[in-house]
Design a protein around this ligand. Structure first.
Ligand SMILES: Cc1cc2nc3c(=O)[nH]c(=O)nc-3n(C[C@H](O)[C@H](O)[C@H](O)COP(=O)(O)OP(=O)(O)OC[C@H]3O[C@@H](n4cnc5c(N)ncnc54)[C@H](O)[C@@H]3O)c2cc1C
Length: 415
């Protein structure tokens, strides 16, 4: 009797790969290190799960870097963003699309997504072994022969590697797949934090943790050259910044880490030019000399941040317009347009939603997800060198590559 296909890792990619195999009559053994499937799905989107991104697949692909988009394009056309939604809604999940294209369950809980996916696996007859950390993929002479767990040696000719990345290690993803792939001959593109909060230096201490800024632009500069910017909301943490803007530029900051640390700058007035705002402040002074300056600043930032910005321009918190010089007002405007909040000390990989780097895309056939190095090995999901932005893109990449890996392994097993 033929040995089952072994799928390592019951995340988004491993679940869809296993289901695809089992529905074609192929015996599957899904090995999962933790005690449940979809651990990362459960914490995704703040526990609400941004399942995928809406719209034509070419638009979805545009969110990825070009080489990554090219790699996942065939898989995303075969497993469209609508397909995962159909799978879930057919089993009763109600979803809605936010104006920015992100798709979530109406009931705002990832648990329903995982519960439905578990039902699919059970119905298809996927055998799942929990608490089964794989320790080695055995492939003498470049051909898969077995998978070793802490307690067993499981013979198999086909392995789908879906162990994910290495952020949020407590969710089970400790980057196990990277050293195995390397031992088997694959190149591992260095792992870097992406979609991660950042720690910054002392300048930020003026702002309390928990303060958030709405619709600002966060820019990163390396050697005075802008390397990334993101418009949206920003959250100050105890040691740095988080929220969409920080996550949005963190990959570029990590990419430049070997060059120099990045400096972060905030534009609190993205829709106004510096000169316009400077002129507005002068007009305000001329027309309302008895009014306080502080409320103008508080129109753009939380009250607790205003004193800090005023202090940079040496404007007392209780100053009225007539007491403030033109130079001070110009410095205030300058600070609000180009607020230097400090140098990045660390992009926190553990707390990233995803890691950049992983198994080199040059060594995996993107039509089939077959390893081009090891016979009988297929790879899918975040273990590959793919990292999309926030927005449901990373799960889409995992669902789609998982589907193709499962389908190819099924064809190979059946042939
Ligand atoms: C906080 C957070 C929020 C996120 N939010 C979103 C979102 O809303 N939308 C989105 O698109 N993406 C989101 N992401 C990213 C997304 O969750 C991942 O990119 C995606 O889950 C990757 O799927 P995967 O199947 O490749 O890996 P994973 O889902 O990470 O699954 C890998 C599985 O392999 C198992 N495993 C690892 N090593 C072994 C081993 N040795 N033996 C056996 N099993 C093993 C792990 O336990 C895990 O279950 C988020 C990530 C995080 C951390």
């Amino acid at each position: 009797m033929k040995q089952p296909v072994v799928v390592i890792g019951a995340g988004a990619a491993g679940i869809i790969a296993s289901h695809t195999l089992a529905t074609q009559g192929v015996p599957v053994l899904l090995l999962e290190k933790t005690d449940r499937i979809g651990t990362k799905i459960l914490i995704s989107g703040g526990g609400k799960c941004n399942i995928t991104h809406d719209g034509p697949i070419e638009h979805v692909l545009k969110a990825f870097r070009k080489n990554e988009a090219n790699f996942i394009r065939p898989a995303c056309y075969r497993f469209l963003n609508t397909r995962i939604i159909d799978m879930l809604t057919e089993r009763g999940l109600r979803v809605y699309t936010r104006p920015d294209g992100r798709i979530f369950p109406v009931d705002q809980t990832a648990k329903d997504v995982v519960r439905i996916l578990h039902t699919y696996l059970d119905e298809a007859g996927v055998k799942i072994k929990f608490h089964s950390p794989v320790t080695e993929i055995v492939a003498p002479g470049g051909r898969i022969s077995a998978v070793r767990t802490e307690s067993d040696l499981i013979p198999t000719e086909h392995v789908i590697l879906c162990t994910g990345g290495s952020s949020y290690p407590r969710s089970g993803t400790t980057g196990d797949g990277f050293p195995w792939a390397k031992t088997l001959g694959h190149t591992i593109v260095p792992i870097r934090a992406a979609l991660a909060p950042m720690e910054i230096g002392l300048k930020r201490q003026a702002v309390k943790a928990g303060v958030s800024l709405r619709n600002i632009i966060l820019k990163a500069r390396v050697n005075n050259k802008e390397i990334a910017r993101w418009q949206g909301d920003l959250l100050f943490t105890h040691h740095g910044v988080s929220g969409p803007c920080a996550l949005g530029i963190s990959r570029e900051v990590s990419d430049h880490w070997h060059t120099a640390a990045a400096n972060l700058e905030i534009d609190l007035l993205p829709t106004v030019k510096l000169e316009e705002f400077q002129s507005d402040l002068q007009t305000f002074k001329a027309q309302k000399p008895n009014h306080f300056i502080r409320p103008i600043v508080e129109e753009f930032v939380p009250n607790s941040v205003a004193p800090f910005l005023l202090a940079v321009a040496e404007i007392p918190e209780d100053a009225r317009a007539q007491a403030v010089s033109k130079k001070q007002l110009n410095i205030l405007a300058q600070t609000m347009k180009f607020w230097q909040i400090g140098e990045v000390e660390e992009v926190i990989l553990d707390k990233g939603e995803v890691v950049a780097g992983g198994v080199s895309l040059d060594e995996v056939d993107n039509q089939t997800m077959r390893s081009q190095i090891v016979q009988g090995l297929y790879l899918a999901g975040e273990v590959l060198d793919i990292a999309g932005p926030v927005g449901g893109y990373n799960l889409q990449a995992a669902w789609a590559t998982g589907f193709v890996a499962g389908d190819t392994a099924a064809q190979d097993w059946l042939s």
